[in-house]
Ligand binder design. Structure first.
Ligand SMILES: Cc1cc2nc3c(=O)[nH]c(=O)nc-3n(C[C@H](O)[C@H](O)[C@H](O)COP(=O)(O)OP(=O)(O)OC[C@H]3O[C@@H](n4cnc5c(N)ncnc54)[C@H](O)[C@@H]3O)c2cc1C
Length: 408
């Protein structure tokens, strides 16, 4: 006979944890189980580069205390992998063949880091705690480090590696952070990073690796790099296999509607594994950020409780610090909008670019320099507000420049 819970959550991270808290906030009676193949309480993946770089301790990554789950009256099945879902019979199967029945199920299975086609012993991705611990070891004696991929993993990791190290970054595109900020902001960040000694190899890739002594890498361009360690930050692939095998509708992620519900009425999905509407474009998107995972986890839980509640759509929302420079991007930050406004003060290093639609509403913003106003821009975007004007820009951003599309 299978154990049965009213609610089962697979994934004990941003989306799963928020769902768990929301379920309990509204319902003290139902039985809840949370399953995760990582055998530990929830921690912040976002902060792992700081841990790897030695800036914070392992304990500072923890989001909840040990007794958190007990206090909420939740059953934890940590260190357990779900290998199959049977939607008709409302149960999941664990790797040890145990069957767990559910009333409603949440897939908060996140994603995995993409690895390199060329195998290498001294290369490492960063997604899970085990990766972080391996990187700490690999970095111990390293004097030079190369990273591939210029996103939210490689750049923070390079940035937090010790200043005495020689640092190389290899990227396939013609600019860094191409999925995070616009081209103008990227160019400025590149200038700032190279001024700090980062060696940037754009529109290139790693072709071969020889690890006989150190890591000798030949790039596609023919350049040779020698490093003690290679960090692979080539994006992520959502964990959708369970859903696909169960016959749920999947695309890049598990397809969800405005209620974070999958194609099965009792199975919901949230976070990096889920593909739902973008707030600005309405297109099916995986934002891959912590805040979207939290919002969708909350929304899924409310709908699992039958409190019909539509999610307004996800927004890009990235805030990070690299090489001592704060960078943030909120909403839609591509130059194909109706109008952009750029505010840039070279003296203070403060850059703001605001993206407006045809009705002068703010659809996105990129920020460099201190990013305290990212919440303000998040508010403007999420309330579809018009840009209040230059006077609203705190912090001495002068030199405004208005850019209109060429066809206007
Ligand atoms: C190094 C790094 C830096 C980042 N920086 C930022 C940042 O600055 N800002 C930002 O917004 N976001 C950042 N992110 C992204 C952010 O961490 C993710 O968007 C967020 O963690 C997604 O949460 P999630 O709950 O959807 O999935 P995840 O955090 O991926 O968690 C999914 C969980 O499901 C478990 N699981 C999966 N499959 C199974 C299975 N079959 N059985 C049991 N358990 C399973 C996994 O073990 C995992 O614990 C960063 C990520 C990394 C790795």
């Amino acid at each position: 006979m299978a154990e049965r819970f009213d609610f089962v959550i697979i994934g004990n991270s941003a989306a799963g944890l928020q769902a768990l808290q929301t379920l309990r906030r509204h319902d003290r009676q139902s039985t809840i189980a949370v399953i995760d193949r990582e055998d530990r309480t929830a921690y912040s993946r976002v902060l792992t580069p700081y841990y790897v770089g030695g800036h914070i301790s392992r304990e500072q990554l923890d989001i909840v205390e040990l007794d958190f789950y007990t206090l909420l009256g939740v059953t934890t099945l940590f260190g357990q992998t779900v290998v199959a879902i049977n939607p008709e019979e409302h149960r999941v199967e664990l790797a040890d063949s145990r069957q767990i029945g559910f009333g409603k199920l949440l897939l908060a299975t996140g994603s995995e880091a993409r690895t390199l086609a060329v195998a290498a012993k001294r290369s490492c991705v960063l997604r899970h705690m085990a990766d972080a611990e391996r990187l700490v070891e690999l970095l111990k004696d390293a004097r030079s480090v190369t990273a591939i991929g210029a996103g939210l993993v490689s750049l923070p990791l390079l940035s937090h590696a010790h200043d005495s190290m020689e640092k190389h970054l290899v990227i396939g595109s013609n600019r860094i952070f191409s999925r995070v900020v616009d081209a103008e902001a990227a160019a400025l960040i590149e200038e700032m990073l190279t001024a700090q000694g980062l060696n940037l190899h754009k529109q290139d890739d790693i072709h071969t690796i020889d690890e006989t002594h150190q890591m000798n890498m030949t790039l596609r361009s023919g350049k040779q790099l020698t490093s003690d360690l290679l960090i692979v930050g080539k994006g992520v692939k959502p964990n959708i296999q369970l859903a696909a095998d169960a016959g749920l509708e999947v695309a890049d992620g598990v397809c969800i509607d405005r209620f974070c519900c999958s194609s099965h009425p009792d199975i919901f999905a949230a976070g990096d594994a889920a593909e739902g509407a973008d707030f600005i474009t309405g297109e099916a998107t995986i934002q891959g950020n912590w805040m979207t995972a939290v919002e969708q986890g909350e929304n899924a839980a409310l709908n699992m409780l039958d409190r019909r509640c539509a999610y307004q759509g996800s927004l890009k929302n990235n805030i990070t610090e690299i090489f001592g420079i704060d960078v943030a991007a909120v909403g839609y930050c591509d130059d194909d909008v109706s109008k952009t406004l750029t505010f840039w003060n070279r003296l203070t290093g403060r850059f703001r670019k605001v993206f407006l639609d045809e009705q002068q509403r703010v659809v996105g913003a990129t920020m460099i320099g201190e990013t305290n106003d990212s919440g303000y821009f998040y508010h403007l975007v999420s309330t579809r507000s018009r840009f209040p004007g230059k006077a609203s820009m705190s912090g001495g951003c002068n030199y405004p420049r208005v850019q209109l599309p060429l066809d206007i």
